[in-house]
Design a protein around this ligand. Structure first.
Ligand code: 9MR
Ligand code: ZN
Length: 534
């Protein structure tokens, strides 16, 4: 087999595909003419369990549609060589957030055939005081379920907003949402939809509720048919710190477009910041009667660190400085960009803010850690035929997020150094996401000849439309799958890269979430900015 990036390749940049089982290949154009052929040395690849090698076809630069054939005559998926090949993917990946909107009708002119009625417009109730009703409309559904969770939301916004800071031009695209053409670029209008909901999760004293979900997951129904009451779970220091951080970040970005709104965001950030200074760690435990996702995280040191970094950037606050200094002595992961460990966002804040703000000592310590991790990832990618950055046991639930987080780290290493080898390693991670993997599958719906089709996503299942909504990233292979369709009984004899089921029942390998799409937006924006360094 020959696995390719089904979303395509830049004309003038490095182009690789992965060949398995036999060593000869032919590359053909759309008329079936062989434009290149050759032999590749194969060696064992632990993730895919296959003998695999790299086909380098960087010398083929002409715009067009191509495919490969291996020695047995197996055809690869087709792909394009073109300098705008990622445009559609970026647009779809960003539009995904609109399709996740809660509390408003998705009208046909924006949603097309995936239009749907407004959902979850009623008040929620405070779990600790059920008599108390809380306004709780808006925001994005987290995933294939309709819950809304602050820590997950903050991380998705982190990817999108730091992305916007870095790749403003590439991410300021029109994605046809109701706000298009208004005072913000669409990406900021979309993020505002989530920020406004997050503000509803904040108490007067600055404490922030962890999540707003029904007590248990509803059936596979349209969101407007879900009438389960929505419970707002207690305040957690995790959610409070994340909100303080993300509101400060957003205030900085929105200021230029809307000073009034930026002031609201900033006030919210400071309110939560003050709460953090006065309150100890309240780690979130799912109340026993609530069966939806926990987003369990045993330490809030990294969340407080992120908040301190953002607050210091805008306020030069001494208390924030102490927290930053103290946290640097702890073993906080400084490159993690997921919902549990957020130290990487603090690093991005420091590195994008620069030495003048943070001082050269802190800046350089963080830069060193960032580059260490980027070097580790680059070496890993240079050591296997998929140029991939995970080891078998790192295929966790949502492994595609880890792949995309790694790509973010590599992109920013390229930004810091302009060394093209980091960009190449980042691009190879996108190759994997778009089909250069042992499933021969693009993990983004609607993008590529053989894209996954059956995400675990309630509206996509209940809408009666055969095609999935485009632009959704799948969670991806899971070394320890645990659902009806993918589990250890039917998958433990498979290599890690194939422990995946394109099945609506497979929430542990094939769900979708906002924070699996958001790093894709970041990475696509960056790769487009670097233009494959054409
Ligand atoms: O993305 C989360 C993953 O890292 C965890 O392993 C998993 C189990 O705790 O939960 C995932 O998050 C889910 C959340 O709890 C509820 N909404 C759907 C999320 C994606 O599967
Ligand atoms: Zn809803």
């Amino acid at each position: 087999m020959i696995y390719v990036n089904q979303a395509g390749y830049y004309g003038s940049s490095v182009k690789h595909a992965t060949l398995t089982s036999s060593s000869h290949y032919e590359l053909l154009n759309k008329d079936g003419k062989v434009v290149k052929e050759g032999n590749v040395k194969l060696s064992f690849d632990e993730n895919s369990g296959e003998e695999a090698g790299i086909i380098d076809f960087s010398d083929i630069t002409e715009t067009g549609t191509y495919y490969f054939k291996d020695a047995e005559g197996n055809k690869s998926c087709s792909f394009v060589i073109s300098d705008d090949h990622y445009d559609e993917a970026l647009k779809a990946a960003l539009k995904m957030f609109y399709f996740q909107r809660c509390g408003m009708e998705l009208e046909e002119k924006y949603a097309g055939r995936f239009k749907r009625k407004a959902c979850h417009l009623g008040d929620a109730f405070d779990l600790l005081n059920p008599e108390r009703k809380m306004k709780m409309h808006g925001g994005w559904h987290d995933a294939g379920d309709f819950g809304r969770y602050v820590t997950a939301a903050a991380v998705a916004l982190g990817h999108l907003l730091y992305g916007f800071e870095l790749e403003r031009e590439q991410l300021s695209i029109d994605v046809n949402i109701p706000e298009s053409g208004g005072k913000y670029p669409d990406i900021l209008a979309e993020c505002k939809y989530e920020l406004d909901w997050m503000l509803l999760m904040q108490e007067e004293d600055g404490g922030v509720h962890h999540k707003a979900t029904s007590m248990n997951f509803c059936d596979f129904i349209m969101p407007s048919d879900d009438e389960l009451p929505v419970a707002v779970t207690p305040v957690s220091s995790l959610a409070t710190a994340d909100l303080a951080a993300v509101m400060a970040l957003a205030a900085r970005i929105y200021k230029e477009f809307d000073e009034e709104y930026a002031a609201v965001l900033k006030a919210a950030s400071l309110k939560s910041w003050n709460w953090l200074l006065e309150n100890p760690s309240f780690i979130f435990e799912n109340p026993k009667e609530v069966l939806t996702g926990t987003y369990y995280d045993r330490s809030d040191a990294d969340e407080r660190f992120w908040a301190a970094m953002e607050i210091y950037r805008s306020e030069k606050d001494d208390k924030a400085k102490f927290i930053i200094q103290d946290t640097m002595e702890l073993k906080v992961n400084l490159t993690a960009l997921g919902w549990a460990d957020v130290g990487g966002f603090a690093s991005l804040c420091c590195l994008t803010g620069g030495e003048e703000i943070f001082g050269s000592d802190l800046y350089n310590r963080i830069k060193l850690k960032w580059m260490d991790e980027a070097d580790r990832l680059k070496q890993l990618s240079e050591s296997n035929a998929f140029e991939f950055t995970l080891r078998p046991r790192e295929f966790t639930w949502g492994s595609n997020m880890v792949v995309l987080m790694n790509a973010m780290i590599l992109c920013y290493a390229h930004e810091l150094t302009t060394d093209a080898s980091y960009l190449e390693a980042a691009k190879a991670q996108l190759d994997y996401i778009f089909g250069r993997n042992a499933m021969n599958l693009s993990y983004v719906t609607g993008i590529g000849e053989n894209a996954f089709r059956n995400p675990h996503n309630r509206p996509g299942i209940a809408d009666g439309i055969d095609d999935p909504i485009p632009g959704f990233v799948s969670g991806g292979p899971n070394y320890r799958p645990g659902d009806e369709a993918a589990n250890m009984e039917n998958m433990s004899d498979r290599p890690a890269m194939r422990r995946y089921a394109d099945n609506i029942l497979s929430y542990s390998t094939n769900e979708i979430t906002i924070y699996w799409n958001s790093p894709l937006v970041f990475v696509l924006g960056y790769i487009k900015k670097a233009g494959g360094y054409v």
